[in-house]
Design a protein around this ligand. Structure first.
Ligand SMILES: [Zn+2]
Ligand SMILES: [Zn+2]
Length: 198
C-alpha cells in the first residue's frame, strides 16, 4: 500500500481518477502557479483519500496563494495536527493567521516554524521585532533597551539572550518556569542572560 488507498475509486464521472492521480495533477498545477486548478485537484484527492498531510498542506498553500486565507486555515491546521513538526505548514499557517489578523496565534506558528528550521520564518519574525525561544519554541519580543521593568519581573513574552552560548530564550524558560522570576538564567548553559534587543 502506497501513500494512497488505490481501492477507493470514484464512480464514472468527467473527473474520474484516483487520489494519487489528482494529487499529481495538483502538484503539476501548483508548479505552474495555477493555484485554482491545484486547489480543485487537492480537494478531489482528499475526498478520495482523506488525511494525507501533504495534500492538506498543498491545498492550504494553494488557497493561501489565491488569497483565500479563511479557506487555507482548515487544511493547514489539519496538516500540523497530523504532522506537528511540519515546518512549511507551520510557516504557511502563521502567514495565514497573520492575514486574518489573528496575530497571537500567527506568532506561535511562525516561531514553531523557525524552531523547526524553516528558512524564512526567522526573518518574518525579525521584521516584527520578534525571535523565538530555542528551548521551547515560544515567540518572544525584542525590547527597545534594557528596561529595568523588564529585568525586575520576567515576562514570558520578553526574550532573553545569552552572551555565553548565544541561545535566545523566552521569559518562562529563562525564569525556570516562573520559579525564579527575579533571576533569569540561560536554560541551555545556566549563565546570566540579557534582555533581547535588536
Ligand atoms: Zn521558552
Ligand atoms: Zn547560554
Amino acid at each position: 500500500m502506497g501513500l494512497f488507498d488505490r481501492s477507493k475509486k470514484r464512480g464514472p464521472a468527467a473527473q474520474d481518477g484516483t487520489a494519487e492521480q489528482f494529487f499529481e495533477q495538483g502538484k503539476q498545477s501548483f508548479g505552474q502557479e495555477n493555484y485554482a486548478a491545484a486547489a480543485q485537484a487537492f480537494e478531489a484527492s482528499l475526498r478520495l483519500a482523506g488525511d494525507v498531510p501533504s495534500a492538506y498542506f498543498l491545498l492550504g498553500a494553494s488557497r493561501f496563494r489565491l488569497g483565500d486565507s479563511a479557506g487555507a486555515l482548515a487544511p493547514l491546521s489539519r496538516c500540523v495536527e497530523l504532522v506537528p513538526d511540519h515546518a512549511e505548514a507551520h510557516n504557511a499557517l502563521g502567514m495565514t493567521l497573520g492575514r486574518l489578523d489573528r496575530h497571537d496565534e500567527a506568532d506561535i506558528h511562525l516561531a514553531r516554524a523557525a524552531y523547526l528550521g524553516h528558512v524564512q520564518a526567522p526573518g518574518t519574525l525579525a521584521a516584527m521585532d520578534m525571535d523565538y525561544c530555542r528551548n521551547c519554541a515560544a515567540p518572544v519580543n525584542y525590547s527597545s533597551g534594557p528596561d529595568p521593568a523588564d529585568i525586575v519581573i520576567v515576562s514570558a513574552a520578553v526574550g532573553w539572550s545569552c552572551a555565553s552560548c548565544g541561545a535566545v530564550s523566552c521569559g518562562r524558560c529563562a525564569s525556570d518556569g516562573g520559579r525564579s522570576p527575579m533571576d533569569p538564567r540561560c536554560p541551555r548553559c545556566g549563565r546570566d542572560v540579557d534582555v533581547l534587543t535588536k
